[in-house]
Design a protein around this ligand. Structure first.
Ligand SMILES: Cc1ncc(C[n+]2csc(CCOP(=O)(O)OP(=O)(O)O)c2C)c(N)n1
Length: 519
């Protein structure tokens, strides 16, 4: 067994079953090893920024580590922006990054670079494998690091000679230790606050946004009146009818402040204090009112769902079921001309059970999530790190993880242009993804940010940096060019029809919604 074979066998034994790849010559022995390993499916991505986001989407939906195969320094460099988002999502990801053979590294060949320096800022764990003998253990350590709660980015650099030399042995992957429960004082303090009847909210993150953790949060909220909030950037939220209603803190600082103004106790459950994304010369980044006290029930590295369970015991809630069941009838599908409210209502009214919604709809989609609160049960995935260009490849990963679930990918046009190569992978893999492009032909949010800074009206040069209407992007043609059936819609009924057609289809489709700028 060579080093590459031992490494890939180790990953397969550890449960890695999908690798989002864009290889080069230095990774050929890894490609050959993947060829022999039937347990891992390789999915080609035509840009590394798409591969890292796909691995992120895969990890968020499958609960297994996502995996990438990247070519040398330029490969990982192309993947970094979405690795930044994945790290913020605390997704479990193993990156395999090729490197030249040791003998080749002594020479200044064109693709030589300091890969460790490139990967380090976005890797929680980083190692260059030194020999074929150690390659199996190295990949076992990488999986362990990636899967240690709450989830980490592990980057393993694999020199070509390590991959091709013989003497490899598969490594054993120990089970990662569960996250520890928070200290008793933190649980007692949060329970005391919740009993106080003062306006309180739980700010939820990590594993409290799904399954048992979310159910606990719902019961605590029903029993105590505490509100359930999620930060604007979050990884994955289960929602829809029958599930606790978790409200998202708005993106815009003024709206976020308004939203939080009555809260007197904010209990952090795996989340950190909400802050404005950016500093301003005139406004504070603080979003919570000065009278509000912050309490940490659980840090991101602690067992957040376990902490909520402990609160339930502390408050003696176990015997009663407080789970909200707001089985309301479905809203009817709107008709007529396109408006942002109408789009949100149409998407909400047509959403199918078990849909995975990937949301990078930006300014056009700010009302969609609220509109879909009582839609059939679904998952919602958001951009966690503010690096735009995640939606389409994140949808690829989510769809690859859950092949039987429809995926609805909501993307603004500016964001979509960063990683539209993902459309090709959707077609190649016949993924059940319906992509909606909100084509306002503008970087609308940047116009708003400029205006909010009080630095006057944008001049021609500034406007040129905020408009993407010259030339006009033709999303119908772009999608068709990558093998994805596409349509441009002109009314809400056309949108509803196209969405239903997309959900019923076994492959991808794209819907372009042309919006007036400033809408
Ligand atoms: C990788 C990266 N580059 C640049 C930015 C800065 N940026 C933030 S929003 C934005 C434009 C968003 O436009 P679009 O996606 O069309 O959404 P809209 O604001 O029009 O709703 C840009 C360029 C960023 N956040 N991330």
């Amino acid at each position: 067994m060579n080093g590459a074979e031992s490494l890939i066998a180790t990953l397969a034994a550890a449960g890695v079953d999908t690798c989002f790849a864009n290889p080069g010559t230095s990774e050929m022995h890894l490609v050959a090893a993947l060829d022999k390993q039937s347990q891992i499916r390789s999915i080609l991505c035509l840009f590394e920024g798409a591969a890292t986001a796909a691995a992120d989407g895969y990890a968020r939906m499958s609960g297994k580590p996502g995996c990438t195969l990247l070519h040398l320094g330029p490969g990982i460099a192309n993947g970094l922006a979405n690795l930044h988002n994945a790290r913020r999502a605390r997704s479990s990801i193993v990156n395999l990054i090729g490197q030249h053979a040791f003998s080749h590294l002594t020479r200044d060949t064109p693709l030589r670079s300091d890969i460790e320096a490139i990967a380090r800022p976005y890797s929680d764990w980083l190692r260059t494998s030194k020999s074929a003998l150690e390659a199996g253990k190295d990949s076992a350590d990488a999986v362990l690091a990636a899967c240690t709660p709450p989830g980490h980015i592990a980057s393993l650099i694999v020199p070509a000679n390590v991959a091709w030399e013989s003497g490899g042995e598969p490594g054993a992957v120990p089970k990662s230790l569960p996250a520890p429960l928070p200290k008793r004082e933190k649980i007692e303090n949060a329970a005391r606050v919740l009993r106080s009847n003062l306006p309180a909210a739980l700010l939820l993150s990590g594993n409290t946004l799904q399954g048992k953790g979310l159910e606990s949060a719902g019961r605590i909220s029903s029993a105590t009146g505490a509100k359930l909030f999620v930060p604007y950037p979050f990884s994955r939220l289960e929602r829809g009818v029958g599930r606790p209603n978790v409200q998202r803190i708005p993106y815009a600082p003024q709206q976020a402040k308004e939203f939080l103004k009555n809260i007197r106790h904010l209990i952090l459950v795996g989340a950190i204090e909400p802050l404005a994304y950016f500093a301003s010369p005139t406004r504070s980044a603080t979003l919570i009112p000065s009278e509000c006290e912050i309490h940490e029930l659980a840090s991101p590295n602690e067992d957040c769902a376990g902490a909520l369970d402990a609160i339930e015991i502390e408050l003696d809630l176990k015997k009663t079921s407080h789970r909200p069941t707001s089985e309301t009838g479905r809203a009817s599908i709107p008709t007529g001309s396109i408006s942002l409210e109408g789009l949100a209502a149409t998407i909400a009214a047509t959403l199918q059970e078990r849909t995975i919604v990937v949301d990078e709809s930006m300014t056009a989609g700010r009302g969609i999530m609220a509109a879909a609160t009582n839609a059939p049960p679904h998952d919602w995935l958001a951009n966690t790190g503010g690096s735009i260009g995640i939606a389409m490849p994140l949808a690829v990963g989510a769809a690859a993880a859950c092949r039987h679930c429809p995926v609805l990918c909501l993307s603004a046009d500016g964001s979509g242009m960063y990683t539209l190569q993902a459309l090709w992978t959707m077609a190649r893999e016949s993924l059940r993804i319906t992509t909606v492009i909100f084509a306002n032909r503008s970087y609308e949010v940047l116009k708003r940010e400029f205006a909010s800074l009080g630095i006057g009206a944008p001049g021609q040069a500034a406007r040129n940096l905020f408009e993407i209407d010259r030339p006009e992007l033709d999303w119908v043609a772009l999608a068709k060019g990558m093998g994805v059936p596409s349509v441009r819609i002109h009314s809400l009924e056309e949108l509803a029809k196209a969405l239903m057609h997309g959900y019923a289809s076994q492959g991808p489709s794209l819907i372009e919604v042309v919006l007036a700028p400033n809408s």
